[in-house]
Design a protein around this ligand. Sequence first.
Ligand SMILES: Cc1cc2nc3c(=O)[nH]c(=O)nc-3n(C[C@H](O)[C@H](O)[C@H](O)COP(=O)(O)OP(=O)(O)OC[C@H]3O[C@@H](n4cnc5c(N)ncnc54)[C@H](O)[C@@H]3O)c2cc1C
Length: 399
Amino acid sequence: MSVLRVAYENCDGCGACVAVCPFDGVVLEEGVPRFGAGCRVCGLCIDACPRGALGLPGEEDAGDVADLSRYRGVMVVSERAADGLDPVTLELMGEGRRLADALGEALSVVVAGADVDAEARECLVHGADRVLVLDHPSLAHFRPEPYTDALEGAVRHALPSIVLMAGTPVGRSLAPRLAVRLRTGLTADCTSLEVNERGELLQTRPAFGGDIMATILSGNHRPQMATVRPRVMPRAGRLPVTGTLERLPFRPDPEYPGRVLEVREKPAADTVADADVVVAAGRGIRRAEDLDMLHRLADALGGVVGCSRPLVEAGWLPSTQQVGLSGRTVRPKLYIACGISGAIQHVAGMRGSERIIAINPDENAPIFDVAHHALVGDAYEIIPALLDRIEERGDARAV
Ligand SMILES: Cc1cc2nc3c(=O)[nH]c(=O)nc-3n(C[C@H](O)[C@H](O)[C@H](O)COP(=O)(O)OP(=O)(O)OC[C@H]3O[C@@H](n4cnc5c(N)ncnc54)[C@H](O)[C@@H]3O)c2cc1C
């Protein structure tokens, strides 16, 4: 399958594409390039072709996408939970509002579903300038095909410069589909978003296994699309309503594959993600049985025990308790990091906590860069001392 577009009339079979490809993704067959499974669509061969015979698929009909000036404003794609708007929508709206204000442009929110008036109103009272409602029985339950069609229609109608979606199972299913339809880029799981002086979205996320933070720009295509995981951004507050509500038509394709036969509620998983207080253990805790003191501290504070990845790998705690890039993102009122060094992959999942206390004997440990309170010392001395004080005073929160 050719993943790049070849203008065969311009190709003279020089082989420059084959020579430049570091992935063995292209070969010459009968004098013309054929792209194979190795092709990463990196574009090196497009630049190397002396006759301009190669291009990305869809570039030939990307005329409107390239006209960046037509795209304005920030659009948030909302998500629904069983009982109304999913809280992640308010988090995206908080961030969307901030970016829209920085650009001096409007914040719109798309609400798709069936009977979604209440959710649409919620978006208005949380600061949306414009709520685009796609209300249709075929959108009652999430299915990728109708939702992709509906959202594509909303984006083509409003032409936002930025589209923010949630890094949830629904968002992760929809965002790439939508990006392909719109022939634009997508940066998944951003940990920070800013706009530069040219109004471009700076999309920052860990890259190369988290060894570096990469800031990614969609220089030539609109909209600029990013997903953000739940609990990474603060929620939008309530504001006086000034926005408007607009209903968009939606004509479902009768041929959509699949039907929803039954909807069963999934029991809420008991994870660190929803706790107000997290006492997190790292490799500074030497034995599984020593976790007992952390459980006692967590119980006294009405919280739960979380951990860094090595403790899950050691089988000491379930993966539902892992905090970080490949675990859960948490935003508790209090996060106590016990024996955690503060690797970038861990910090990515907890830096949004309201108050962070770190216990570590190494005063140069990176965890202290994000901690509000540094307890430089041995967790084996500090935690028992804290527990003793709590027992003495009988009021953990005061301690
Ligand atoms: C793709 C990828 C994804 C990853 N995802 C995650 C993730 O989601 N979550 C995550 O946590 N990691 C993740 N990691 C692993 C991450 O890079 C680190 O290896 C890990 O976070 C280190 O865990 P730690 O801080 O517990 O251990 P260490 O880095 O070994 O730190 C232990 C700390 O304990 C301190 N210490 C020693 N003795 C004591 C004591 N008596 N009292 C108090 N402190 C003490 C030490 O000074 C040290 O700072 C990921 C890595 C990769 C490559």
